[in-house]
Design a protein around this ligand. Structure first.
Ligand code: AMP
Ligand code: MG
Length: 403
């Protein structure tokens, strides 16, 4: 099978993914969830005219008189009467405006002597009042549909008294590692063994991007063991296995899965790292067969699995953001696979971005993956590039600047 271009592989994946259903959840659980509909406010905010400052509520036309202070309006407890000409009411920030008053004078601009008030400075009628509905009105759209809710949205919806909200269901992703060499983190690591780092990697990636990981554990590289594990793939929206998709004698996962219903859409993509990725349909569930080298698996996540998770949740964004940065070194011409190099970008105080991919690019290395904050993208057969040329980068850790 010829190597499939990355963009075509992504198209084929996205064409096969459908958004999941919605569920009604508490606003308290809504962080990172995606709205199904425009969400409207259940009340007007502020619900009443309120003072924006600590001071005195007066009639503006009385500003030059000495006034009688007749009461208090505090936050949560209004002054109950209507003031007459010559009267003022002590008022605090957030307190309901006083009936009959049209202006708040800040306390720094008055002189108070017992219950008598003299105003030194009050230039504008209506000053220091927050008008009812000045923030938003009942029935107004607060958050549009397909928005991934962050802390600000949640505060806004709380202020609008929206206690429950329709969001897309979180994709449930079954995760299976394969390899006789793997032991779980915290085990005593005997001869010839390594720690399984891909399951923790993918559990964290799935959680970071709105999904729920269901860890099926690690299968040995035997048909029986892989079959026993894939029998556990039930009631999930995606199935991801890691390792065993290349051409070695122990890379059996594809063949065993085919016996259990896998229909392969494609195997092998023109990319480096990540070439041996498998994608298909496992009994109605989208299936990713990720390569075992951690950095290859990560690059496949960034390019393919993240857009699939996002589409399932109907997120407006496809995947990680792209940007451009000036190369800090020359790069020789590219080969026949698209290259995703671990790289570090930083921004100077003029906002100019610079990027260096002078890190080891061996796909087995995790340290350089964790040390990087972007992937530098080189197209198939990219020409040689020079220091200062613009390079495309995928921002896997936006907002982290190294200098
Ligand atoms: P494979 O794709 O199974 O041929 O594995 C490629 C490389 O990735 C081998 O060096 C494996 O030991 C390593 N590898 C596979 N799965 C994992 C995993 N879950 N955690 C860490 N390394 C892995
Ligand atoms: Mg293996």
């Amino acid at each position: 099978m010829a190597l499939l271009p990355v963009y075509e592989a992504l198209d084929r994946i996205l064409n096969s993914i459908n958004p999941l259903n919605a569920e009604l959840i508490s606003l308290h659980d809504a962080l990172g969830r995606v709205t199904v509909e425009d969400v409207t406010s259940n009340l007007t905010q502020p619900p009443f005219d309120a003072s924006a400052m600590d001071g005195y509520a007066i009639k503006y036309k009385d500003a030059s008189k000495t006034l009688d202070i007749v009461g208090i309006s505090q936050a949560g407890k209004a002054y109950p009467d209507t003031i007459k000409s010559g009267q003022a009411v002590r008022i605090f920030t957030g307190a309901p405006m006083v009936s009959g008053a049209d202006t708040v004078v800040i306390q720094e601009n008055v002189l108070r002597d017992g219950d008598k008030l003299t105003i030194n400075n009050c230039k504008t009628r209506g000053s220091n009042i927050r008008a009812a509905g000045g923030d938003f009105k009942e029935g107004q759209c607060l958050v549009k549909k397909n928005i991934t809710l962050d802390a600000r949205h949640i505060a806004l919806l709380a202020a609008g008294n929206v206690a429950e909200i329709d969001v897309y269901i979180r994709p449930k992703v079954a995760l299976l590692a394969t390899g006789d060499e793997l032991l779980e983190v915290g085990s005593e690591i005997g001869p010839d063994k390594i720690v399984n780092s891909n399951i923790p990697l993918f559990k964290a990636l799935i959680a970071e991007h709105g999904g729920v990981a269901i860890n099926l554990g690690t299968a040995k590289d035997t048909e029986e063991d892989v079959k026993a594990k894939i029998a556990l793939v039930k009631d999930v929206d995606m199935f991801v296995s890691i390792g065993g998709v290349s051409v070695g004698d122990y890379d059996i996962i594809q063949d065993v899965l085919k016996q259990s219903g896998l229909k392969v859409d494609f195997w092998k993509v023109a990319m480096q790292p990540g070439k041996p990725i498998v994608y298909g349909d496992f009994n109605g569930i989208p299936y990713f067969g990720m390569p075992g080298n951690p950095s290859s698996a990560y690059v496949c996540f960034a390019n393919f699995m993240l857009p699939a998770l996002n589409k399932m949740q109907n997120k407006a964004e496809n995947g990680f953001q792209h940007s451009y940065a000036q190369l800090e070194h020359d790069i020789k011409e590219g080969g026949d696979r698209m290259n995703f190099m671990r790289a570090i970008y930083n921004e100077n105080d003029k906002g100019e971005k610079f990027v260096s991919s002078n890190l080891s690019q061996s796909s087995s290395k995790l340290k350089t993956l964790a040390d990087s904050n972007c992937l530098l993208v080189r197209d198939v057969n990219a020409p040689a590039t020079k220091t200062g040329d613009l390079a495309k980068i995928i921002l896997i850790k936006p907002g982290v600047f190294c200098s």
